[in-house]
Design a protein around this ligand. Sequence first.
Ligand code: TXA
Ligand code: MG
Length: 314
Amino acid sequence: MQTKILDPNCEKTYALAASLLAQGGLVAFPTETVYGLGASIWNEEAVRSIFRVKGRPFDNPLIAHLYDFSQVEEIVHCIPSIFWILAHAFFPGPLTIVLEKKQHISSIATAGLQTIAFRMPAHPVAQNLLKMVKIPILAPSANLSGKPSPVTAEHVWEDLEGKIPLILDGGRVPLGIESTVISLFDPENPLLLRPGTITQEAIEDVIKKSLKKPALSSKPISPGMKYRHYAPNAKIVTFKTIDELNHHLTLHPKLPRIVLSNDELGDLHFNASCLYAAFRLADQKKCQEICIYLDPKSLQDVALMNRLNHASCQ
Ligand code: TXA
Ligand code: MG
C-alpha cells in the first residue's frame, strides 16, 4: 500500500481523510498529545485492522475521539454528573475519561471490557477531521506496539509506511506525551489510570475529591499500563546534579550519546515534548547512552517521570 503524507491545509485533504475513514480505512492524524491512528468506531473490520497494523495485543482497549457532546451519548451508557464538571474544565484537551459503554460498541474496541475510554482532542487538525467525518474515531497512538508514541508525522512514517493509506501532517505536536486517563465507572470513586499533562491536583481541585489509584489485581483495570513500554537500546543514565553529569561527560568524552538537560549541556531539553523524539533519535544514531539531568522542576513532573521510569526499566 502506498502511504501519502498530506499537509492538511485544505478542505480536499480533510474530505479525503474523512472518506477513507468512513470506508473503513486507517488515517493517522495529529492530536495535541501524540499522533493517533484512527478508524471508524462503527466498522469492526477497521477496528481489527488497527490492532493488526500496530501489532497491538487484542486485550489493550482503544480511546474514542469525539468532536461534540452528542457523541458522548452515542457511545456511553449513562453519564454521571461528575463527568460534566470535568468536561467543562478540561474538554477539549488531553483528558481521557472511562465510562460504561453502550451495548452496541464493538467489544474488539474495548478489549471485552464493559467500559469505553474517550476524549475530545484540542488539536485543530483532529477537530476538523472529526467534524467532517461525524463518526467517533478510535485512535491509539500511531506507533508500532513497543515503539515510542509519535510526535511528528515522520515518526508515524518510520513505523507505518506502506501499512496505512494516509498520514495528516500537522507538524510537531504541542504536548508530546499521551493524555491523562481517569475512570468514572464508579463516579463516587474516580481512579487515575494514567498520569498526563492534566495533573492529578488539577483534577482534584475541580472535582473536590481525591483520585485513587486502581488496586493491584490479576485483571488490570487499564490493560495498556501492564505492557512493557518502549525502552531505547541506549542505556538511560540519570543525574541529580549538573556536576555529576559534567563529571560523567568528561570521564567518557567520546561515547555516542544524547544529553537531555534544560541547560546548555543538553542536546535536547528534558521535557515531555522531547522525550519520545530523543528515544527515536538515540536509536537511529546508535547511541550507547542517554544522559538525563533530572532538575528539581522535572522531578516534580509526574507524567514525564512516569514515562521515563517506564522506559528505564528493561
Ligand atoms: O493522548 C492519547 O491518549 C493518545 C492520542 C492519540 O489520543 N492515545 C493513546 O492511546 O495514548 P493508546 O492506545 O496508546 O493508550 C490508550 C490507553 C491504554 O493505556 C489503555 O489501556 C487505556 O487507554 N484504555 C483504553 N480503554 C480503556 C478502558 N475501557 N478502561 C481502562 N483503560 C482503557
Ligand atoms: Mg500507545
